[in-house]
Ligand binder design. Structure first.
Ligand SMILES: [Zn+2]
Ligand SMILES: [Zn+2]
Length: 134
């Protein structure tokens, strides 16, 4: 592993924010000033291929990267795009999913949508609470 790749890997693993390639590039430049954005992209893809990190494909958004490779879900803010890990939900056991409509299932991605703590404060009261108020 090259030093550049190691720095990129360390940065993705340290981050809990599921950074985009642009964000990784901004942070890595502090340690490797001459690195190019293309190099960052190539190394991120290579690290994902060899299973050191995971790609997080977000509907309608820029691809993000995750230093946690164990199966887990994500919750994404529909306003600002912030992504957090979801570990404590009852996720289906893979054993229950082995065969679905003739497909042999090898894994899954879970993406919940909602408002992050920051955006929640700036939006109108949630529907549930409005119903309860009646
Ligand atoms: Zn938000
Ligand atoms: Zn994650």
């Amino acid at each position: 592993m090259t030093r550049q790749r190691q720095v990129i890997l360390d940065e993705v693993r340290r981050s809990r924010s599921h950074p985009t390639a642009d964000e990784v590039y901004d942070r890595v430049r502090a340690f490797v000033p001459k690195i190019s954005l293309g190099t960052v992209y190539r190394n991120l893809d290579r690290l994902a291929e060899i299973g050191e990190i995971r790609r997080v494909d977000i509907a309608g958004g820029q691809r993000r990267y995750d230093g946690r490779v164990a199966e887990h879900g994500h919750v994404r803010c529909v306003v600002c795009g912030r992504v957090a890990d979801v570990d404590d939900l009852e996720l289906p056991e893979l054993g229950d999913l082995c065969e679905v409509r003739g497909y042999e299932v090898t894994g899954y991605t879970l993406e919940l949508l909602g408002y992050c703590p920051g955006c929640k404060r700036r939006k109108p009261a949630p529907l549930k609470r409005r119903r309860e108020a009646k």
